[in-house]
Design a protein around this ligand. Structure first.
Ligand code: DQA
Length: 149
């Protein structure tokens, strides 16, 4: 099963960006975290990674994922989570199961705009607040779903 890990704006420098909020690990650490979490089951998945700061590039990548027959998406849309009807519209039609992830617990943060998500209605579920582990947990959730369907 090929899984796309898609990151939106300001997530290209994870590990350096506000480490007090987003931690000091980067996306390079995700494959090892997935291996630790999934053990031998990790062989059943192939991860690809993409990050873009622009909304249009993210939509283009999601449309490409559909053409490629990608099995599942782990998507941290960054601030677009809270603003982008365009990205939500894209998730609504491409027909790929998607898990919304956030590194921080967005509902525990003081800016109330972070408590709402345009993505949430178009995804299988949301994983937030586990730091970089949020991505590995989402990969595991997708794999469970594939194995049960
Ligand atoms: C984030 C939370 C968003 O509110 C923020 O705009 C981000 C990162 C997270 O992973 O915690 O860029 O999605």
């Amino acid at each position: 099963h090929e899984i796309l890990i898609l990151n939106g704006p300001n997530l290209g420098h994870l590990g350096k960006r506000q480490p007090d909020i987003y931690g000091s690990q980067g996306m390079n650490d995700v494959p090892a975290l997935v291996d630790t979490l999934l053990g031998a089951r990790a062989k059943d998945i192939e991860l690809s990674f993409f990050q873009a700061n622009g909304e249009g590039e993210l939509i283009d990548r999601l449309e490409l994922a559909r053409e490629q027959g990608i099995a599942g998406i782990v998507f941290n849309a960054g601030a677009y989570t809270h603003t982008s009807l365009a990205l939500a519209d894209c998730l609504a039609w491409i027909g790929i199961p998607c898990i919304e992830v956030h590194i921080s617990n967005v509902w525990a943060r003081p800016e109330t705009i972070r408590h709402q998500s345009f993505m949430a209605a178009q995804v299988v579920g949301v994983i937030a607040g586990f730091g970089i582990d949020s991505y590995a947990l989402a990969v595991a959730a997708l794999l469970n779903r594939f194995e049960r369907s």
